[in-house]
Write a protein that binds this ligand. Structure first.
Ligand SMILES: Cc1ncc(C[n+]2csc(CCOP(=O)(O)OP(=O)(O)O)c2C)c(N)n1
Length: 376
């Protein structure tokens, strides 16, 4: 007779050691507040000087372009905009750990990851203007459409990663989501599927403290989001999300592991959303006093800049050059978005099916008549 628990010894089951799955007590941190590096033997830091400069450059550009987008939002040029201010290290560090063949599945806040991947910000912001749901070519950039419906892109990410494994392709997928998204059924389904199939998928959660006005303590009763990973049989790692080096090194560890066929990892990056959730949110109604000031002290760019300064890796000329580059991109964004023509609503019916079914065709015809001012 089989005794209780015996099945877990069955070698069809991948049974990793518990201690390899649990997050450490303290979040992984490689850069202290003074900008000094303290290496961690588990998460190798393989960046040369040029790599360090690139991380900083991407963070500065992300912040500048984000600031321009916030202004466009305030001027009524965007239907909605969700800022990445304060989350640059989490996004840039993690995205920098990927190769160009790896896929990114973003939510709606991953502007830093988009800058690293080279997605045109004008195309990206047409999503926010409401011109098109997705103006950039996801296949060209391997950057999936930005997803507003919380966590629905996570099963897509797990699915693409599973398919790649079956096809023998060594690409890796990273999926970005917030702390609030972890309460959605889709997040559970995606993590479970990915782990059971040992799919090369990195689940990168930016715990920025809030899901609009709901604090993270209302999302889970367990010790942390990363602790959930053990339930799926994948490693869970907590990382300082305002430390670009730690975010890079931890993601690199997870990406390498995924590429070796060892399955998914859940990373919880502890960071903070410095702006409102979106243009239609007033954080003054729910943020406790002093919270934003405390996080401002941990600004990811200031901290990393201390390291570059201490190593003599950054000077005024570089500062000028990167700011010019960022200003040029911001100006391109303004020129491409300000008063841009609205999209054609009839496009709603395109690209849904290869051959449009008769019901959809009838709906399209109804809308066409309505737009033309005729009877529906
Ligand atoms: C399925 C679904 N439910 C609710 C919403 C409304 N909504 C938009 S953003 C958001 C909060 C998400 O918070 P989090 O996942 O922590 O990400 P963050 O915005 O903080 O980056 C909610 C509830 C939605 N977009 N989709």
């Amino acid at each position: 007779m089989t005794s209780v628990g015996e099945h877990v010894e069955d070698d069809r089951w991948f049974a990793p050691r518990r201690e390899d799955l649990l997050p450490s007590e303290e979040p992984v941190r490689l850069l202290d507040a003074q900008g000094r590096v303290r290496e961690n033997p588990r998460y190798a830091l393989d960046l040369e000087d040029d790599g360090l400069r690139a991380l900083y450059r991407f963070m500065v550009i992300t912040r500048k372009v984000d600031d321009e987008a916030l202004k466009l939002g305030r001027q009524g040029q965007l239907a909605v905009y969700t800022s990445s201010l304060g989350q640059e290290a989490a996004q840039v560090g993690s995205a920098y750990a990927l190769t160009e063949r790896d896929w990114i599945f973003p939510s709606y806040r991953e502007h830093g990851a988009a800058r690293v991947r080279g997605v045109d910000p004008v195309q990206q912001l047409h999503h926010n203007r409401g011109t098109w749901v997705c103006a950039h070519d996801p296949l060209e950039y391997r950057f999936a459409p930005q997803t507003v419906s919380i966590a629905t892109h996570l099963p897509h990410a797990a699915g693409l990663a599973s398919a790649a494994r079956l096809a023998g392709d060594d690409l890796v997928v990273i999926a970005y989501f917030g702390d609030g998204a972890t309460s959605e059924g889709d997040a559970h389904e995606a993590m479970n599927l990915a782990s059971v199939r040992r799919a090369p998928c990195v689940f990168f959660c930016q715990n920025n403290g809030w899901a609009i006005s709901v604090p993270v303590r209302d999302q889970l009763a367990g010790p942390s989001i990363a602790h959930r990973a053990i339930g799926y049989g994948m490693p869970g790692i907590r990382v300082d999300g305002n430390d670009v080096l730690a975010c890079y090194a931890v993601t690199r560890w997870a990406v390498d592991r995924a590429r070796r066929g060892e399955g998914p990892t859940l990373i919880e990056a502890l960071t903070y959303r410095m702006e409102a959730h979106s243009g239609s949110d007033d954080p003054g109604r729910y943020r406790p006093p002093g919270e934003i000031e405390a996080w401002a002290e941990l600004d990811p760019l200031t901290r990393f800049r201390r390291l570059l300064d201490a190593r003599g890796l950054w000077d005024a000329a570089m500062d000028g050059e990167v700011n010019r580059q960022a200003d040029a991109l911001a100006a391109e964004l303004r020129a491409g978005i300000y008063d841009a023509p609205a999209g054609d609503p009839l496009e709603l019916f395109d690209h849904v099916y290869v051959e449009r079914p008769s019901l959809l065709q009838a709906q399209r015809e109804m809308m066409r008549r309505e737009l033309a001012g005729g009877e529906a």
